[in-house]
Design a protein around this ligand. Structure first.
Ligand SMILES: [Zn+2]
Length: 409
C-alpha cells in the first residue's frame, strides 16, 4: 500500500468518526423535544425538566462548535502533512531520537491544549455557571491546568520515554516488555490514585464520626465488607454536581463520597448509594475492569508491533523517512476503528455492571432509598431524562435513570 493510500485511509477514518458522532448528537438532541414522559412525573417538576432539556441543548450546541473547530484543525494538519513538518522543524535541534520524540509530543500536547483552553473556560465559567453548577474560580482553573501539565510531563513523559527506549532497543519485541510495564503502572495507579494523585486537586478527609458513619459501619458489618476507608472529597470546590465512587482493591480499597452528595441526601439514601458501590466490589467489577483493560492494552501493543516499524506510515504523515514517534500518531489514528468497537463493548459491560450493583444495593438495603437517591441525583445534576437509545448504546457507561428505575421495580 502506498503512503498516499494510507493517508487517505487515515483521513477517511477521521472524517467518518466525526460525522458519525455529529449524527448521533443531532439524533439525541431532537429526541429530547418531547413533553415530560409519564414515567418521569413526580421526579422532575415541569420547570426542572425544561431546564434539564435546555442544559442538554446548550451543551450539545457548544459541542458542535468546539468539536467542529477541533476536527477542522486536526484534519487540515493531517492532510497538509503537519506531523512530518513539525518533526522536520525539530530535527536540526535534537539529534537524539528519544528526546526529539518527547519534544514532538510535548509540542503537540501544548498546542492542542492551548486551542482547547477557551472552550474549557467557556464551558466552566459560562455554561456551568449559567445552570448554577460552577463553583470553580479562575485561580482554581489555572492551578488545575498547571498541575495537569506537571503530571502529564512526569507520568506521560516517563511512559513515552520508556516506550521510545524499548522501541529503539528491542525492535518488535518491545510490545510485551512495555505491556508488563504498563500493567504494573496501571495496578499501581489503581491502588494509589486516591492517595497520590487526587490530593493534588482535592481534599480527601475520612468520614467523620456521626450518624452517617455509624449507619455505614452497621451496613458494612452486616454484609461483611471489611471497611477501613470511607472518604469525603470536597467536590464542591469546583462543581455542585454530586457523585460517589469506589477505588482501588485489596487493602487499598476506598469508597469516596462527594461532599455535595452528603449535603443533599438523607442518611438512608447515602447508605443505599454506599451499598451500590460495595456491590461493585462484591461482584468483582473493579478487578474485572482492570483485567479487561490490561488485555485490551496487550492486544493493542501487539497490533502496534506489526505496524510501527513501517516507513510508509511516516511518509503518509509527511515525514521524509521512518520516524517512530510520527508512526505512533499514524498508528493511533489507524487504531481508532478498533478502539471504537472495544469502547462500545466496555459501555455495554459497564451498564450491565450498574444493574448488578443496583440489584445488590436493593437486596442488602431496601427498594426505596436507592431509587430515591438516584432520582435526586438526576434532578440535581440536570441529567438527560430521555437520551436516544442509540446514543445510550454508544456513549453511556451508566444506564439512563428511567431504565435503572424500571429494572429496580
Ligand atoms: Zn455504579
Amino acid at each position: 500500500m502506498s503512503p498516499e493510500a494510507i493517508l487517505y485511509i487515515i483521513l477517511f477514518i477521521s472524517a467518518a468518526n466525526y460525522i458519525f458522532e455529529l449524527v448521533l448528537d443531532v439524533v439525541n438532541l431532537n429526541y429530547g423535544k418531547k413533553p415530560l414522559p409519564k414515567a418521569a412525573e413526580g421526579i422532575y417538576e415541569e420547570d426542572k425538566y425544561e431546564k434539564s432539556m435546555e442544559y442538554q441543548r446548550v451543551q450539545t450546541r457548544f459541542g458542535f462548535l468546539s468539536g467542529g473547530i477541533s476536527f477542522i484543525a486536526s484534519f487540515a494538519f493531517l492532510a497538509l502533512g503537519g506531523f512530518g513538518w513539525l518533526d522536520g522543524m525539530f530535527q536540526p535541534y535534537f539529534s537524539n531520537g528519544i528526546i526529539r520524540a518527547l519534544v514532538f509530543f510535548g509540542a503537540l500536547f501544548v498546542a492542542s491544549d492551548v486551542l482547547s483552553i477557551p472552550f474549557q473556560w467557556f464551558g466552566t465559567f459560562v455554561i456551568e455557571e449559567r445552570f448554577g453548577f460552577n463553583k470553580s474560580t479562575p485561580k482554581i482553573f489555572i492551578m488545575d491546568k498547571l498541575k495537569g501539565y506537571l503530571l502529564g510531563a512526569l507520568l506521560g513523559g516517563g511512559l513515552l520515554y520508556l516506550l521510545m527506549l524499548l522501541l529503539n532497543n528491542l525492535g518488535v519485541q518491545f510490545w510485551w516488555v512495555f505491556w508488563i510495564a504498563i500493567t504494573l503502572f496501571t495496578v499501581f495507579m489503581n491502588m494509589f490514585y486516591t492517595t497520590l494523585i487526587m490530593p493534588l486537586f482535592n481534599k480527601l478527609t475520612p468520614l467523620e464520626d456521626g450518624d452517617l458513619r455509624k449507619a455505614i459501619e452497621t451496613y458494612s458489618n452486616r454484609v461483611g465488607f471489611p471497611l477501613t476507608n470511607i472518604f469525603v472529597i470536597d467536590g464542591s470546590k469546583r462543581s455542585s454536581k454530586a457523585n460517589a465512587f469506589f477505588s482501588g482493591f485489596g487493602k487499598k480499597k476506598k469508597v469516596v463520597l462527594y461532599d455535595t452528595l452528603i449535603e443533599n441526601h438523607t442518611t438512608e439514601e447515602l447508605v443505599a448509594v454506599f451499598a451500590h458501590e460495595v456491590g461493585h466490589y462484591k461482584k468483582k467489577h473493579i478487578i474485572q475492569s482492570l483485567v479487561s483493560s490490561v488485555l485490551q492494552t496487550g492486544v493493542m501493543l501487539f497490533i502496534m508491533s506489526l505496524l510501527i516499524f513501517s516507513e510508509k506510515l511516516s511518509l503518509a504523515l509527511g515525514a521524509d523517512s521512518l520516524q517512530l514517534h510520527v508512526n505512533l500518531i499514524a498508528f493511533a489514528m489507524l487504531y481508532t476503528p478498533i478502539s471504537f468497537v472495544t469502547g462500545i463493548i466496555s459501555n455495554v459491560v459497564s451498564r450491565k455492571k450498574e444493574f448488578e450493583a443496583d440489584h445488590y444495593a436493593i437486596e442488602t438495603t431496601n427498594n426505596v432509598d436507592l431509587p430515591l437517591a438516584l432520582k435526586k441525583l438526576s434532578v440535581d445534576n440536570l441529567s438527560n431524562l430521555q437520551p436516544h437509545p442509540t446514543y445510550v448504546f454508544f456513549h453511556y457507561s451508566h444506564p439512563p435513570l428511567l431504565t435503572r428505575l424500571a429494572a429496580m421495580q
